[in-house]
Ligand binder design. Structure first.
Ligand code: GTP
Ligand code: K
Ligand code: MG
Length: 415
């Protein structure tokens, strides 16, 4: 019987062979739906056995937000993380890495091979020092980071956890190697930093995006504005309130039939694609901001740098020479879109030192109260707010009120 990976490959091959036009649209839609289902199978934990696969690294979530560094081996993720956090740890192959290698071998016996391989490189490194095998030295940079390494930075009063994820391997979404684990952890982040090497071809970018997309992560994208409602009878009813250039009734029907859905109302409020519809039917998609940190810009020309600098979501840096690290941090801050709320105890000045950090999606007065104390809501009467979310200074608001960055809040309790 063909494995899931083989089935995925077969469908991808068929899609590549199929000409894109109106006549094939519904067939391509069907193939895309089949692909989405197979990928879901891959992500699901195995029915028996340890249950480790499909789960992320067990790193305690701490701080107000989590940023994951993803990228091919040796692009400089560890160097970047270390420079950002300012905590020194050996980014190149050294004693620390040996500990990691041992740790990994102990945790996952199936990776003993990796251990032996890296071990060989260690020997090779010795040989290099003796001038015996220069190519080994280059290889020793690969897969240096073998487990997920966290670091924390404090920026504008918010604690931001940075995760150095091990080098992503092409084909991770098809269940290959540690890449799966990398991507499962990536799903728990609030922002992804795709680290690219300025001298490597830009195809790396496409490959990583494909990996992340295959695991249901959508980068710099809003959830598609369309409604999908299953019903008891009446067939598939397809309407659109905007001009739609991608989907037609036949394609919508083909996709639905793949999910054994024969009765549903589908209404588009955006020019949605077949992929958008599949995302909504599948659910469990994660929409995440993403920054492309192009590292090693010390290796390229000024002309090349100017081109990179203009691309959307790009942030050129040199981790090694510490160029534009503050620019990157600013961009991370912008993309996390955190909301800082200063508390004001009655009759006292606001505490500007220690803001309560809310996310951009959960920032009502109620969310704020829940963060202060679990019983706060029970005692809540109203809140006084100063800042950009209100017209008056202060303004009396209820618990549904949405706060904005740098608002000052005083909670008035029931007596
Ligand atoms: N020229 C240059 N080299 C850099 C820069 N940043 C990192 N490097 C070098 O690139 C190599 C790999 O860096 P790492 O930080 O280990 O790369 P990584 O992405 O963590 O690699 P893996 O852990 O294998 O995934 C090291 O030799 C670094 O010194 C940079 O900004 N410029
Ligand atoms: K490395
Ligand atoms: Mg590393």
């Amino acid at each position: 019987m063909a494995t899931v990976m083989q089935k995925i490959k077969d469908i991808e091959d068929e899609m590549a062979k199929t000409q894109k036009n109106k006549a094939t649209a519904h067939h391509l839609g069907l193939l895309k739906a089949k692909l989405a289902k197979l990928r879901r199978d891959l992500l699901a934990p195995p029915s028996k056995g340890g249950g480790g696969a499909g789960e992320g690294f067990d790193v305690t979530k701490s701080g107000d937000a989590r940023v994951g560094l993803v990228g091919f081996p040796s692009v400089g993720k560890s160097t970047l993380l270390n420079k950002l956090t300012g905590t020194f740890s050996e980014a190149e192959l050294g004693d620390n890495d040996l500990c990691l290698v041992l740790g990994w071998a102990a945790l996952a016996p199936s990776y003993t091979l990796t251990f032996v391989w890296v071990g060989l490189n260690l020997v090779g490194l010795g040989a290099t020092t003796l001038g015996l095998g220069p190519q080994r030295y280059v290889a020793s940079y690969e897969f240096t980071t073998l487990t997920c390494i966290p670091g924390v930075i404090v920026y504008r009063g918010a604690k931001i956890q940075l995760l150095d994820l091990p080098g992503i391997i092409e084909g991770a979404k098809d269940g290959k190697g540690r890449g799966r684990q990398v991507i499962s952890t990536a799903r728990t982040c609030n922002c992804i930093l795709i680290v690219l090497d300025a001298i490597k071809p830009i195809t790396h970018k496409r490959l990583i995006e494909k990996e992340l997309e295959g695991f249901g992560i959508r980068l710099n994208k809003e959830p598609p504005n369309l409604s999908f409602r299953k019903k008891e009878k009446g067939g598939i009813n397809f309407t659109s309130t905007v001009a739609n250039t991608h989907l037609d009734l036949e394609t919508v029907k083909a996709i639905c039939s793949e999910y054994r859905i024969h009765n549903a109302d589908v209404n588009l409020r955006c020019d949605a694609t077949a992929d958008d519809l599949i995302d909504v039917i599948e659910g469990s998609r994660i929409y995440m901001p993403c920054i492309y940190a192009v590292n090693k810009i010390d290796q390229i020309t000024l002309e090349e740098l100017e081109i990179l600098d203009k691309l959307p979501h790009y942030c050129p840096v040199s981790a090694h020479l510490e160029w534009n690290l503050d620019g990157l941090l600013d961009k991370i801050w912008e993309y996390l879109a955190l909301t800082r709320i200063y508390t004001k105890p009655k009759g006292m000045n606001p505490d500007y030192e220690d803001p309560v950090i809310l996310s951009s999606k959960k920032k009502t007065v109620e969310d704020f109260c829940e963060r202060i104390h679990k019983d706060m809501l029970k005692q809540f009467k109203f809140a006084l707010v100063w800042g950009s979310s209100v017209k008056h200074k202060p303004q009396r608001v209820g618990k549904e009120h949405e706060l904005e960055d740098e608002d000052v809040v005083q909670i008035i309790k029931k007596v």
